[in-house]
Structure formats: structure tokens, C-alpha cells
Design a protein around this ligand. Structure first.
Ligand code: ATP
Ligand code: MG
Length: 420
């Protein structure tokens, strides 16, 4: 026997007992986004490596160590997308969706990052992402925070809190960077290897470090908020006033900088304490410079993405969702019944579009077929054996309710099913 080949570490099958939870989640997303006037966009899973280097930033965890990058047969350098924003912006520029217009878009699908797999952190995971282009004012930031809050409400998710910060304009951040670098340079001996490297290339990201040995140093570091420009501060005030008006609670976290380079002004995260270290279920913010950076005309933009696995894990721990079974199982005994049953079953499906029905295949005894009917989760079994065929009727057996079985003539079957 040859050796069995398993799935790749950190990449998981979603098994049929679990897909109903994904489908319900996706359905909720689709309906929710329509109620806010957002439209779906679908991008390829593979893009030019350059796209991610130029957008996410060369000195980020994603680009430095997490991307699945390879050369295809033409020698082109390609990458499995680690996130959706870069692709969405690329598609927007490429198809002329962004210039001088407003776009409200969403997508969902698999993303790929070569991280250390653990609970809530996978190498293939799924994001639902939302992006809005062409609006510079914080009302749209508020709209997106509201969308995420509405999603938690519709999913019945509890115990998530919103953290908020502003990163200011590019200019303000540049000034702050210098202040931060000066401070960190005075304490070089306390910096870890990663941070020393980032001191040159991307010092803001040091604030994002999860190294406990550096916690005190970072707690005492100068705060970006104290170096912000007037416009960003005003925008932040407007944002907070609107969140207050709609009753969205938040805490301001001045250390929230986000792991991707392209953010400016508003940044936010939704966090839970119920998932251990992987507690951020949703994250986003404004990225006014990205469209231009990727070759389009300057366009303000804001977006967020959520980790679907993390949310489903949270949902599963908070609520029971019994796996749905089929409605009807058709039991067919013998060759003639199989043929007649096939016709009846197709007729029933034609007349009852929403019905979920399994017609038994593979033969067997009455006992074994009934066992399968029961195991399928169906509410009723429709039985067609020789006796029924002679009388041109089926026997209806209730598998879950204490109701007597009954006979229904072939001609009445569609109406009978429809009335169930
Ligand atoms: P983290 O700090 O947890 O690594 P991140 O800042 O890298 O998150 P983003 O790139 O902002 O995450 O992605 C948005 C969301 O996608 C995250 O908040 C998280 O819920 C989810 N996510 C990110 N990476 C993974 C992963 N490897 N596995 C599962 N979900 C993930
Ligand atoms: Mg990450």
C-alpha cells in the first residue's frame, strides 16, 4: 500500500458536518452587505509578488516571512494572496472602478500565510473583507464599524470589544517616527533582534511587538497621539462623536498600529478574550495613500477584514447549532420500484424546489434502508415496495414524530409534500 498523503500543515478541510455553519455565516454576510449597499467583488487567489511587496510593505511580517511565493513555468514571480485589500485595489485601478467615483465593495475567500499554525492561526484561512473607496470623511469609517457591529448582532456573537486609534497623516507619522527612533536608540540594549532591524526600516512596527521583555520599554515610549496633525485629530473627534451618537462603545488604544504599512488615520480592531492569544477577530482602518502607491489616482479608502475561522470558533463556543438533516428519505425496494421511484422523486423535486430529499441508492433490505433513512436525519420516509407499487401509492412513515404511518396515492404525492 502506498503512503497516504495528508493535507498541508495549517490548511484544513471543512467537513460536511461543519459546512452548514460556514454557509449560514456567508449567507448572513451577503444579506448584511446588501442592506448597506455594498457589492461583491471576486479576485484571483494568485497575484504578482510585487503587488504585495509594494502595498503591504517590505518590512512587515507578511512580506518578510509569511508569503507563499513561487515562480510559475514562465519564470514569473507569483504569490498566493495573504490578504485581500491589495488585490481589491489592483482590480479597482485595472478596471477603472476607483477614479472619481464611490465604490462600496466586499469579498470573502481563502488567504495564505506561512505562519506557525495554532488555534485561530492557520496557513490557509478565510477572510471576509469590506472596502470603500472615494470618501475621505470619517462618516464612512463609522459606517464600516457599524457594519461589523451589526454583523456581531446578527450572528448573536457577544463579548467582543472595539479598540480604536488614529495614526494621523503620513507627514505627522514621519515626524513621530523620528521622535520614536530617538527614544529607542537611547535604549538599544533593550531591543530584540527584530526590533533592531526595524529601527532602521520600519520603527512604528516595533510598537506592535509581542515580546514581553520589551513591554516596559514600549509602555514608556512617546505616544503617536501627542504628535498628530490637526486634521487627523479633528477627523478622530468626528469619528468618536458619531460612534457615541449611535451607541457604539470603544476604548482608545494608542498602541494600536496594525501590522500592515498602508494604514493612516483611523485604525480599529474587534477583540475577544475568549480565544486565547488569537483574540483579534476583525481589523481595519483607513488607507488613503494605497491607491496612488499602486499606480492609481489618489483615492481615499477605508476597509476592514475579519478572520472567519476565529469568528466561527467563537460562535461555536457561544451557541449550539445543530446540523440540519434532509427532509425526506425515499426507500425503494426492488427493480420496478427503483424505476418508478426515480420518476416520482424527480416529479417531487420539480414541484418542491426547496425540498431536501435523498432517494435511496445501492439496494438492500427494508431494514437496512430504513436504518439509513433514520440516520439521514430526515423527518419522513417515503416507502415504495411491491405492495405500494401495485396500489399506486407510497407509505409515509414519520421518523421523528409519534404519528401513525399513512398511505398517499402517487397522484396526491406532490400536494402532500408541499403541505408538509
Ligand atoms: P494577527 O495579529 O492575529 O496576526 P493580523 O494583524 O496579521 O492578525 P490582518 O492581516 O489584519 O491580521 O487580518 C485580519 C484578520 O484576519 C485578523 O484580525 C484575524 O482575525 C484574521 N487572521 C489573520 N491571520 C490569520 C491566520 N493566520 N489564521 C486565521 N485568521 C487570521
Ligand atoms: Mg499576522
Amino acid at each position: 500500500m502506498s503512503k497516504f498523503i495528508k493535507s498541508i500543515r495549517g490548511m484544513h478541510d471543512v467537513l460536511p458536518d461543519d459546512t452548514h455553519r460556514w454557509q449560514a455565516f456567508e449567507q448572513t454576510i451577503r444579506q448584511l452587505m446588501a442592506t448597506y449597499g455594498y457589492r461583491e467583488i471576486r479576485m484571483p487567489l494568485v497575484e504578482s509578488t510585487d503587488l504585495f511587496c509594494r502595498s503591504i510593505g517590505e518590512v512587515t511580517d507578511i512580506v518578510e516571512k509569511e508569503m507563499y511565493t513561487f515562480e510559475d513555468r514562465n519564470g514569473d514571480k507569483l504569490t498566493l494572496r495573504p490578504e485581500g485589500t491589495a488585490s481589491c485595489v489592483r482590480a479597482g485601478i485595472q478596471h477603472g472602478l476607483l477614479h472619481n467615483q464611490v465604490q462600496r465593495l466586499w469579498y470573502n475567500g481563502p488567504m495564505f500565510r506561512h505562519e506557525r499554525p495554532q488555534k485561530g492561526r492557520y496557513r490557509q484561512f478565510h477572510q471576509f473583507g469590506v472596502e470603500a473607496f472615494g470618501i475621505a470623511t470619517p462618516d464612512i469609517d463609522v459606517e464600516q464599524i457599524l457594519i461589523s457591529a451589526r454583523l456581531w448582532q446578527q450572528l448573536g456573537l457577544t463579548g467582543v470589544r472595539l479598540e480604536l486609534n488614529t495614526l494621523g497623516s503620513t507627514e505627522a507619522r514621519k515626524n513621530y517616527k523620528q521622535v520614536l527612533v530617538d527614544y529607542l536608540n537611547q535604549h538599544r540594549d533593550l531591543l530584540d533582534e527584530d526590533s533592531l532591524r526595524r529601527l532602521e526600516s520600519n520603527p512604528l512596527r516595533i510598537l506592535d511587538s509581542k515580546n514581553p521583555a520589551m513591554k516596559q520599554l514600549l509602555d514608556d515610549a512617546p505616544v503617536l497621539f501627542d504628535h498628530l496633525d490637526e486634521e487627523s485629530l479633528q477627523q478622530f473627534d468626528k469619528l468618536k462623536a458619531r460612534l457615541d451618537a449611535v451607541g457604539i462603545e470603544y476604548t482608545i488604544n494608542p498602541r494600536l498600529v496594525r501590522g500592515l504599512d498602508y494604514y493612516c488615520k483611523t485604525v480599529f480592531e474587534w477583540i475577544t478574550d475568549e480565544l486565547g492569544a488569537q483574540g483579534t477577530i476583525c481589523a481595519g482602518g483607513r488607507y488613503d495613500g494605497l491607491v496612488e502607491q499602486l499606480g492609481g489616482k489618489a483615492t481615499p479608502a477605508v476597509g476592514f477584514a475579519l478572520g472567519m475561522e476565529r469568528i466561527l470558533a467563537l460562535l461555536e463556543s457561544q451557541q449550539q447549532q445543530p446540523a440540519p438533516g434532509v427532509d425526506v428519505y425515499m426507500v425503494l425496494l426492488g427493480d420496478d420500484c427503483e424505476i418508478r421511484g426515480l420518476q416520482l422523486a424527480e416529479d417531487i423535486r420539480r414541484h418542491n424546489p426547496g425540498l431536501q430529499m435523498i432517494t435511496h441508492c445501492g439496494g438492500g433490505s427494508m431494514k437496512s434502508e430504513m436504518k439509513k433513512a433514520d440516520k439521514s436525519g430526515a423527518d419522513i420516509a417515503l416507502i415504495l415496495a411491491e405492495d405500494e407499487l401495485t396500489k399506486q401509492q407510497v407509505t409515509v412513515k414519520y421518523l421523528r414524530d409519534k404519528k401513525d404511518q399513512q398511505s398517499v396515492a402517487f397522484d396526491d404525492l406532490n400536494n402532500f409534500i408541499a403541505a408538509l
